[in-house]
Design a protein. Structure first.
Lengths: 258, 245
């Protein structure tokens, strides 16, 4: 599904209108889990466009096929109908999925190692990024020595170092406690502001969606269908009590409740 | 600590029981008599222990190499899983005491059949627990590797192999418990030296204390190996202990 494997990580300004991700009437059905059960339609004719450098949040109730959508973008599953076109994408899951035996730098460098970079060079590049992420001094710390927020930052560093133009974030902060989650959202907003990327962010947290995204796509209960698309024009850095964001949040919640 | 107290109580009770004539010394020697045998026969015990220790060490080493190779091959290659794994399981149903004398006839009275028998007994727990650990590597982690474009081999090397290391060590610990028994069985099937041979010789000579001393040394050796492996486990896979809730 990946049309361009080695696209540049950041799109030049002139290409800002290029679609980085385009889903056109995509349907995905999974075979039944047990014999006799009905097959599960995760996504039903979903269309989605993400321009290069844009942050799009996809919100929806649990089990509406949000994760499937990201797996389609990353080329991990194929659609049953419709087309998926995307620049190469890197996936960050809800669970940090760090290797318990490896230090933070080696974990962040995993994609580099897969790409064939030698251990020393990969570790050096990862360490530099970890320092930027406020994890200086923790390069050798194993995951169990890090807090939940720190682990997610290592996982995000690993996703960035994959060098893919598109980042697919699958409820990246859902496993964190409420306070850490707020801090991590602000941190991610600042990080993406300083270093813009094309991002597809899947979440069931509507506030997270409006604080981080340029556009919020609301999906329905399974089978997932697009209910509404909301543009978030509020300037950055954003404040959670910005009236525009509060209003958008209410609208998104109303769409979900409908 | 508490285990030590229980042990002391048992040994004390044993000594008293034998001392008050509860049982013939030829059937059950007192702990003090066994201790005396340990000292008096030390040269004899030591030279035979060296033989058995060698059999156990080489047998386990062979089982580790073969078991690891088999587990990796079965894990990575579906045809190997289908052809080799059922045979491996079947091999465990073979009663070792029955084939041990046959192996001695075939391979001779010296080291070779002992290594084969110890390895035969030890290889199974190693393969099963390593294979299990390889297969239980996180499915989401495999998906992540796939999203990075990792090859099958890269996923194995970077994710599955380190994740399976604790399983390999657990398998080695399990097989250790059987290795001593297997070595004795192999010696009983035919040998000229070793602790099993010594025990077999000591009994008809009414040297019961010496036989018990031989058993004691073997048990102590197994416990020491187990301890060494536990120590190695803590150094090699510190994350496994730390990640446990």
């Amino acid at each position: 599904m990946q049309t361009r494997i080695q696209a540049p990580p950041k799109a030049p300004a002139s290409q800002i209108d290029v679609d980085a991700v385009r889903l056109d009437r995509v349907t995905k059905t999974f075979p039944p889990a047990r014999r006799g059960a009905a097959p599960v339609t995760a996504l039903d004719e979903v269309s989605l466009r993400v321009r290069s450098g844009e942050i799009v949040a996809v919100v929806g109730p649990s089990g509406c096929g949000k994760t499937t959508l990201l797996e389609l973008v990353c080329g991990l599953v194929a659609p049953d109908a419709g087309t998926v076109e995307s620049q190469a994408a890197a996936l960050m899951a809800q669970r940090d999925l760090l290797l318990p035996w490896a230090g933070a730098a080696d974990n962040a460098a995993l994609a580099l190692r897969v790409a064939g970079v030698d251990r020393r060079a990969a570790r050096e590049r990862a360490s530099a990024l970890l320092v930027d992420f406020g994890l200086g001094g923790f390069e050798r710390a194993r995951p169990h020595e890090l807090s939940g927020g720190m682990r997610q930052r290592v996982a995000f560093a690993r996703t960035l170092l994959a060098g893919r133009p598109v980042l697919c974030l699958d409820e990246p902060f859902a496993a964190l406690d409420a306070l850490t989650r707020l801090q991590m959202q602000d941190w991610l907003a600042a990080t993406l502001h300083a270093d813009p990327r094309t991002v597809v962010l899947v979440t069931h947290d509507v506030e997270e969606a409006v604080v981080l995204a340029d556009r919020v796509v609301v999906l329905s209960q399974r089978p997932g269908r697009v209910l509404a698309t909301l543009d978030v024009a509020a300037p950055r850095p954003r404040r959670r009590d910005d009236p525009e964001l509060v209003a958008l949040r209410a609208r998104a919640l109303a769409e979900l409740a409908a | 600590m508490r285990a030590l107290l229980v042990l002391l109580a048992v040994v004390g009770g044993w000594e008293a029981y034998v001392g008050f004539g509860g049982v013939d010394e030829l059937l059950l020697p007192a702990p003090s008599a066994i201790a005396a045998a340990l000292v008096d026969d030390r040269a004899l015990l030591w030279s035979n222990f060296a033989v058995t220790a060698r059999e156990i060490a080489l047998g386990i080493a062979a089982a580790l190499v073969l078991g690891l190779a088999a587990a990796v091959a079965i894990h990575l290659c579906q045809p190997v899983r289908r052809s080799l794994y059922p045979l491996l399981v079947t091999s465990q149903t073979i009663p070792i005491p029955v084939i041990a004398p046959l192996l001695v006839v075939w391979l001779g009275y010296d080291l070779a059949p002992k290594i084969v028998i110890v390895a035969l007994v030890c290889v199974f727990p190693i393969v099963v627990s390593t294979l299990d650990a390889l297969g239980r590597a996180d499915a989401d982690l495999r998906k992540l590797m796939r999203s990075f474009g990792a090859t099958r081999w890269q996923t194995f090397r970077l994710v599955e192999a380190p994740a399976a290391l604790p399983g390999l060590i657990t398998g080695a610990k399990l097989s250790l418990a059987f290795a001593g028994i297997a070595a004795i069985l192999a010696e009983w099937a035919g040998s000229e030296s070793g602790l099993g041979h010594l025990v077999l010789q000591a009994l008809p000579q009414f040297e019961t204390a010496r036989a018990y001393a031989g058993v004691l040394i073997l048990a102590a050796f197994s416990v020491a190996l187990f301890g060494a492996l536990s120590l190695a486990e803590r150094r090699l896979v510190p994350w496994a202990a730390a990640a446990r809730p």
